[in-house]
Design a protein around this ligand. Structure first.
Ligand SMILES: *Cc1c(COP(=O)(O)O)cnc(C)c1O
Length: 363
């Protein structure tokens, strides 16, 4: 209905009421003051790093086990990505490795909530405070996930992923929990950052003198049509998250009796959303993860491989990055991991079928 309204009213481009409505409803849901909608999660990340006023050569710490968008956002701002390995169970960045990667040039930490499970943010926030670093949360895989802030102490509180860092970023790509086809959003509480993000998104036009530019900007605008889709899906996010949590638990119940198959975890301080239900085949299996995927495919079950670490990307290596660095956990995940069908439309019957295919192949 909202999309039709855009078409009928003629507001189909990057002005129109749904953009602001989507920005404020998504920001509200996440417990944030400001939302700035962008053309994708990747451009939201690029805008986020752009808002920090970093100098060329400044460093941003991030997980190696993530999508290339994180590294691109840093590189396109003339900064340097610095990596840490993954936690073998949550698959998020290994927090214990961050302190050792901080140098005089470090300015920010980009925390990525992998496959729907939150990063343990408290220790990161403490490090960031101590070293005066900005924390960017990439919550592109964690719409609706929650984190128990303060869980190690006396006073704790559940908060949404995307409300914790100074800035956070979401993607609304087709496979995310809220989708606008393509799209993204940057969230923050600081009005200065929000204004800077709005300006960068829109070619740094100026309201006083439109075609006079003091900074280099981008066209990273979302359209009213896309925002209409996003707003409608924000209205049913609670149902979507409940469905994903049902899916995650249903898979775990049915697959936990298979020896040598590592399943997603949920830490006591986390409420994860199983964006993708990942499984890891322990190396002792005769099958490789790749052969496992082929066998499942023969039974009509499509899977996807895990991320390949940033340190293993030729596009980044050939810029001289990450030479001689090793990230064994990320390599293990890339080699042994794949994810099972995880769409929000997956029915119980389909889930049963996937589980029988997994059982038949591995048992
Ligand atoms: C999907 C994703 C992105 C990129 O979002 P796009 O909208 O596809 O550009 C960024 N970070 C993470 C962690 C993602 O999963």
């Amino acid at each position: 209905d909202y999309v039709l309204e855009c078409l009928q009213s003629g507001w189909i481009s990057s002005a129109g009421k749904y953009i602001q409505a989507f920005e404020s409803s998504w920001a509200d849901y996440c417990g944030r003051q400001h939302g700035v909608a962008t053309s994708s999660g990747t451009t939201a990340l690029q805008t986020a790093v752009g808002c920090l006023n970093l100098d060329a050569g400044d460093e941003v710490i991030m997980p190696t086990f993530t999508i290339i968008s994180c590294a691109l956002a840093v590189l396109y701002n003339d900064c340097v990505p610095v990596l840490v390995d993954a936690d073998p169970e949550t698959w998020c960045m290994d927090i214990s490795q961050v302190a050792a990667r901080i140098t005089a040039r470090t300015r920010a930490i980009m925390a990525v909530h992998i496959y729907g499970h939150p990063v343990d943010m408290d220790p990161l926030l403490a490090l960031a405070k101590e070293h005066n670093l900005t924390v960017i949360e990439d919550a592109a895989e964690a719409h609706g996930a929650q984190y128990l802030h303060g869980h190690a102490g006396q006073k704790s509180k559940w908060v949404r992923c995307g409300s914790i860092g100074t800035l956070s970023v979401f993607s609304f790509f087709a496979n995310k929990l809220v989708t606008t086809g393509e799209g993204g959003m940057l969230l923050c509480d600081d009005p200065t950052i929000a204004a800077s993000a709005r300006s960068l998104r829109d070619l740094c036009f100026q309201s006083e003198q439109r075609f006079y530019h003091k900074e280099l900007g981008y066209n990273f605008r979302l359209t009213n049509l896309q925002a209409a889709l996003g707003l409608a899906q924000t209205e049913r996010i609670t149902e979507t998250v409940a469905r994903k949590r049902w899916m995650g638990k249903a898979y775990t119940e049915r697959l936990s009796n298979i020896p040598g198959l590592q399943l997603p975890v949920e830490r006591p301080w986390a409420s994860q959303v199983y964006w993708m239900y990942g499984v890891l085949l322990e190396p002792k299996h005769e099958l490789s993860a790749r052969e496992f995927a082929v066998r499942l495919r023969e039974r009509g079950v499509e899977t996807r491989p895990f991320f390949l670490g940033m340190h293993a990307q030729p596009a980044l290596q050939k810029r001289g990055l990450f030479q001689e660095e090793t990230y064994p956990v990320s390599d293990h995940l890339a080699r042994q991991g794949l994810y099972l069908p995880s769409g929000v439309g997956l029915t119980e019957a389909q889930l049963e079928e996937v589980c029988s295919a997994v059982h038949d192949t591995l048992l």
